[in-house]
Design a protein around this ligand. Structure first.
Ligand code: NAD
Length: 481
């Protein structure tokens, strides 16, 4: 079976523990490779390499323009290897090849965008209120960044962090999810071949409680950039606070997708179905609560069931497949458990509701696209993140009630609004508490638009110009003239 070493200081790095763990193919329900099981010693080696690269050597000596040019080269490298990288991601997390290929090809843009910004990082000359002084500010990289990623979109979410971090001049130590480490290791090797100096991009693989925790607690790490569950995010935030480290936390969601009676219902239903069932519901921005105005509720539900009921499940490499497997056996069990809980709470099962046993699903961890109607917003199925293909449909009377229901959540990541009333779109944009609000579309993201959450969905924003400043510190320099 194929084995993946870690990647530290520009070299393959076998585990100091001499241990390996299997990584599964969710479609086959079986392991396809083995990953090095790192430990705190490997974390220390990687962080020290990243710290050295920050202070001396080829990375520290690059001009900002040369750093930008190198990032453009990394973007070209991603684009040139998009197909094999996407194939690795599909093997590891079971998402559809069509989606992963598009996603990996697109993430090249993050390196081009932040590469373009690298030599536009400028300090200021503040006006003085004291005679005889001159002051200016420098923008300096925050230092070594710990990057911790989840399993659902490993490379895309990695790019959101490392492209601005590298453009700012930082170095990184990445701890990918133990379920999907392979593509990150492949990318690190490709970037090394493309000229990224040793120590700038290190990958330590292993589990959250040892490798992840040791990385967050390492004294030479100055920022932690994390995407994952709010439970882990809370733990990381507390650990990082002990040494006053910067944090960026992109956490979970229970996003409302709100359909008003005046909407283009066909577009709204398409948006609702792809909003929850794309990536088998395993996205932080899944539109898992569908709020539908009373007067069109039954029509929307009928159309929704018709569309979702025809979804083709099967091999994620097959371009005709629309719904793939769940990535891990634990997640598969969790999704089925939430379906049981929803039924016990009195929600009405309108579609799916069980493990898929169709022949085309093989031995994979598949769950039928599932729709519950008659859901009340206080039910667990409406309050807790399932992270699977399970939609809760909740009726509402009017705009006030829609806003109240949308905001009745501890999360605030994404929200969708479907309406032809422009005034209503603006009112919803103002009053719904979320980091992103989509009007007559859903799930769109770009390197240009800030992304992040409010409330338990996290702290900080990725993407857009602002993201690069979160990897920089201002230093004021005073000169007595
Ligand atoms: P998770 O929190 O279980 O794990 C995420 C990462 O944290 C993994 O690499 C894991 O090994 C590591 N980790 C676990 N314990 C740790 C610890 N004590 N210290 C340091 N690191 C630790 O999340 P997951 O199950 O991999 O991913 C699913 C979650 O991610 C969902 O809640 C989803 O909503 C969220 N997510 C959020 C976004 C976003 O941008 N907001 C995007 C994708 C996924």
């Amino acid at each position: 079976m194929q084995r993946y070493d870690m990647f530290i200081d520009g070299e393959s790095h076998p585990p100091s523990t001499d241990n390996w763990f299997p990584t599964d193919n969710p479609y086959l329900g079986a392991p396809w490779a083995e990953i090095a099981r790192g430990g705190p010693r490997d974390v220390d080696t990687a962080v020290r390499a990243a710290h050295r690269a920050l202070g001396t050597g080829p990375w520290a000596e690059l001009t900002a323009s040369a750093r930008g040019a190198l990032l453009h080269r990394l973007g070209d490298t991603v684009a040139a290897h998009a197909r094999p990288l996407a194939e690795t991601e599909v093997r590891d997390n079971g998402k559809l090849f069509t989606e992963m290929h598009g996603q990996v090809s697109y993430l090249a843009q993050w390196f081009h965008y932040y590469g373009g910004l690298a030599d536009k990082i400028e300090g200021t000359v503040p006006p003085m209120d004291k005679k005889g002084y001159f002051a200016y500010t420098r923008k300096e990289p925050v230092g070594v960044v710990a990057v911790i990623t989840p399993w659902n979109s490993p490379l895309l979410l990695l790019a959101w962090k490392i492209a601005p971090a590298l453009a700012a001049g930082c170095t990184v130590v990445v701890k990918p999810s133990e379920f999907t480490s392979a593509s990150t290791l492949e990318l690190a090797r490709l970037f090394h071949e493309a000229g990224l100096p040793p120590g700038v991009f290190n990958v330590v693989t292993g589990f959250g409680q040892d490798v992840g925790a040791a990385l967050v607690e390492h004294p030479l790490v100055r920022k932690v950039s994390f995407t994952g569950s709010d439970t882990t995010g809370r733990r990381i935030n507390q650990a990082a606070a002990r040494d006053f480290k910067h944090v960026s936390l992109e956490l979970g969601g229970k996003s409302p997708n709100v359909v008003f009676a005046d909407a283009d219902l066909e577009a709204a239903v398409n948006g609702a179905v792809s909003g929850i069932f794309a990536a088998t519901g395993q996205t932080c921005i899944a539109g898992s609560r569908l709020l539908v105005q009373d007067s069109v509720h039954d029509e929307v539900v009928d159309r929704l069931l018709e569309l979702a009921g025809t979804a083709r499940m099967g091999d994620p490499m097959d371009e005709d497949t629309q719904v793939g497997p769940i990535t891990t056996p634990a997640q598969y069990a969790k999704v089925l458990d939430y379906i049981r809980i929803a039924r016990e709470e009195g929600a009405e099962l309108a579609l799916g509701g069980k493990a898929a046993t169709r022949p085309e699903c093989g031995d994979g961890w598949f769950v039928e696209p599932t729709v519950f109607t008659g859901v009340s917003n206080s039910m667990r199925i409406a309050q807790e993140e399932v992270f699977g293909p399970v939609l809760a449909v909740i009726p509402f009377r009017d705009e006030e009630e829609a806003i109240a229901l949308a905001n009745d959540s501890r999360y605030g990541l994404g929200a969708g609004v479907w309406t032809r009333d422009i005034g209503r779109a603006f009112r919803m944009a103002e009053r719904v508490h979320s980091g992103t609000l989509w009007v007559n579309t859903y799930r769109a993201v770009s390197y240009l638009a800030p992304f992040g959450g409010v409330k338990d969905s996290g702290i900080g924003r990725e993407n857009g110009i602002g993201a690069i400043t979160s990897y920089l510190e201002d230093k004021s320099v005073w000169i007595n003239t």
